[in-house]
Write a protein that binds this ligand. Sequence first.
Ligand SMILES: Cc1ncc(COP(=O)(O)O)c(C=O)c1O
Length: 396
Amino acid sequence: MGQDIEITDTFHTPNYNRFKKVFVKGEGVYLFDDEGKRYLDFLSGITVTILGHADPALVRAAGEQAKKLFHVSNLFYTPSQAELLRVLSGTFPWKGKVFFCNSGTEAVEAAIKLARKHFKDRGREEFKIISFDGSFHGRTYGALSATAQKKYHAGFEPMLPGFLHVEVGDRQAFKRALEEGVCAIIFEPIQGEGGVRPFDADYLRFVCEKAGERDVLVICDEIQTGIGRTGRFYSFEHYGVVPHIITLAKGIANGLPLGAMIVRDDVAASLAPGTHGSTFGGNPVSCAAAVEVIKRVTDPSFLKRVSAMGEYLQKGLHDLSARIPVISEVRGLGLMQALVLSVAGKEFVSRCLDMGLIINCTEERVLRFLPPLIVDEGHIDEAVSILQKVLSGEQR
Ligand SMILES: Cc1ncc(COP(=O)(O)O)c(C=O)c1O
């Protein structure tokens, strides 16, 4: 263990705040460290391993593809990319197309570029993008400029021109911003890195309606909330809104790198040959894994189970909050849940880890729970019991 940590700390850039733990294998909802200790994984690599670790069908799908073909350029076709397009198209809210990339940031970047290009193609001068305070859309300059949280910008300024940040809930500010030459708005239905904050449904409908009146494109960032996390395939389905562009990544291939920008047919036409691209995007191995993920998650009984487990988790958290004074709020949807504390959460995350539960903390005081979508009541009971001990100070 010491060696892996020492080598990593010596040679990796120091941009991650890592816990001193080395994980060597995973099985279902559990991870194992190099000393053989077992951990209940309620973070899923930040909502990536949605079917858990070492799922046999996923391992088979990716492994069989790896034996046949790792990579072929997007100058050609592959059966696994075609099959993924076929199964993914069953989730679209309209007739649409997909651009494949390797990460969430790249999916957002593609959406931003496409929105601007779509306007240019129609002789329109508007190019600005509205995003919302508390949002997180990624770390490259376009996605970072859309991310309306100063702490992520610090030291990297200036951000790109043409990004307007609006306070969530402020209707007048949104209407004013719309008049400034806007081609698109981007939002997460539930802000993940921003502290698991669901949008108010009325406000989100207002925003999408106003954007629609001005022919402004609506981009829904489902990178953290999509692929079944909230009990629907896309979380915007809870809100009665339909975007023009959807971004996906994280859980789409259960940990193999893959991102996707899904776009309505008429808008997709602006990505003509040569206008955008990715060397690795839609590689055969990631696509083979994603086919298995999408087939499983789109099964209505799978999504129903996610909702039921989400409610069970939320009830467990509410029961805790009735007993533990430092909990000030329980919030979330489906299997994206959080405890808002009246004190800093970092210490509790470390103590949970010592007791074999992996969670994380966002926004200083928000403990976030993103278990694999295959959790059952037993796993949730186990997590809640550890939280009870840690938060009530029984375990110091
Ligand atoms: C909503 C949202 N958008 C974009 C991203 C960026 O994704 P990636 O880290 O894969 O680039 C994230 C990552 O946390 C996210 O939560």
